[in-house]
Ligand binder design. Structure first.
Ligand code: SF4
Length: 356
């Protein structure tokens, strides 16, 4: 299943039943979205019901005295929202005969309707496939797809909107937009994401790389950090050794060759003097068949420099045997490995030395 299917599947079971969802009336959707800007759902519900009770239609709102509107809004804060809502209602009366326009593009021209609320009205009320991107959506998309562009920047806003357009379900745009908003409010929350029960975690970039709370990026761009890897591709009687990555680091659950990580780039001579080399091969005859040049591999938040060392051993040390899993060389391709290793295995000279 893909992102959309998993999300909609989750929404069918766990989506919130909210009063404004009982109706696809564009005016009600509009009022609810304006109230929910800067207001928690639990607080917004009673204000929404009171507001609709006091001003049941666009014309009633347009005709009301500003004081009456403020009275109903009292306590909700951010009073410009109420003023803009009433100004928008008057505009709709004057220019659109009291009916909200039915397209995202036209809705954007109404006072008080920004990109998010216009998209919410267009999709919830008129079924237009346009993504409603709010803070919840930025957070989910940044985490699941590993987007490091700042959500505050114009480039970021464009990038997230384009991705939202690609992802949105053309047949059920309202359900998709509501699903992602609810998912952000209930599962992928800012500070206590429920990753362990999340249906998206298998392909969530942030979860797999243990950077859930690094994303989304706000303000400054993250400068990738350098890391230096040496992968030891050990050959012994048709077998090699691998390790399944665990813990809080990149590539969780993927397999890799025994890894030595260093603080800086080390030369082939320095490599043979490392303590980790002795831990693995002390007392064993080794023949180094190949040492690659450092291969640069870019992740969004890391720049990796990796050397691959192909080494044949006469026997296997206790350390190697006890800490790593032995696997037939011919079965290596059955394991899930990071893309860096996959690319290397597909290339020369690894094939030359390593295939059985
Ligand atoms: S795995 Fe965690 S971070 Fe990723 S989408 Fe799910 S809740 Fe959000």
């Amino acid at each position: 299943m893909d992102f959309k299917e998993l999300l909609l599947g989750w929404y069918r079971l766990h989506g919130r039943s909210l009063p404004w969802r009982q109706s696809a009336d564009p005016y009600r959707v509009w009022v609810s979205e304006v109230i929910l800007q800067q207001t928690r759902v639990s607080q917004g519900v009673s204000y929404y019901l009171n507001f609709i009770d006091a001003f049941p239609s666009i014309s009633a709102l347009a005709k009301a005295s500003p004081d009456d509107v403020m009275k109903v809004w009292q306590g909700l804060g951010y009073y410009t929202r109420a003023r803009n809502l009433q100004a928008g209602a008057k505009q709709v009366m004057e220019l659109h005969n009291g009916e909200l326009p039915s397209t995202y593009k036209e809705l954007l021209k109404i006072k008080g309707l920004g990109a998010y609320s216009a998209a919410a009205v267009a999709s919830f009320a008129f079924n237009e496939a346009v993504p409603a991107i709010d803070g919840n959506v930025y957070r989910i998309l940044a985490r699941v797809f590993g987007i490091f562009t700042s959500v505050d920047s114009a480039a970021g806003k464009r990038e997230f909107f384009e991705l939202g357009k690609e992802l949105i379900d053309e047949a059920e745009p309202a359900a998709f937009n509501q699903a992602i908003i609810d998912f952000g409010a209930l599962v992928c929350t800012p500070r206590a994401a429920k990753c362990e029960e999340c249906p998206l975690r298998e392909f969530c970039y942030a979860y797999r790389n243990n950077i859930v709370y690094t994303l989304p990026v706000k303000g400054k761009r993250i400068v990738p950090r350098d890391r230096f890897f040496i992968y030891l591709m050990i050959k012994h009687k048709g077998y090699t050794y691998v390790n399944k990555r665990a813990g809080k680091d990149i590539w969780h659950s993927l397999y890799e060759f025994p890894l030595i990580e260093t603080k800086t780039l080390v030369s082939p001579d320095e490599l043979l003097q490392l303590d980790e080399w002795f831990d693995l091969f002390g007392g064993v005859d080794t023949t180094v068949l190949s040492i690659s040049e450092p291969i640069k591999h870019q992740l969004s938040h890391l720049t990796l420099y990796a050397r691959f060392v192909i080494v044949e051993v006469s026997s296997v040390s206790y350390h190697l045997k006890s800490c790593y899993r032995r696997i037939a060389l011919g079965k290596l391709h059955e394991l899930s490995v990071p893309r860096l290793i996959d690319l290397y295995l597909a290339a020369e000279p690894a094939e030359k030395y390593f295939r059985t």
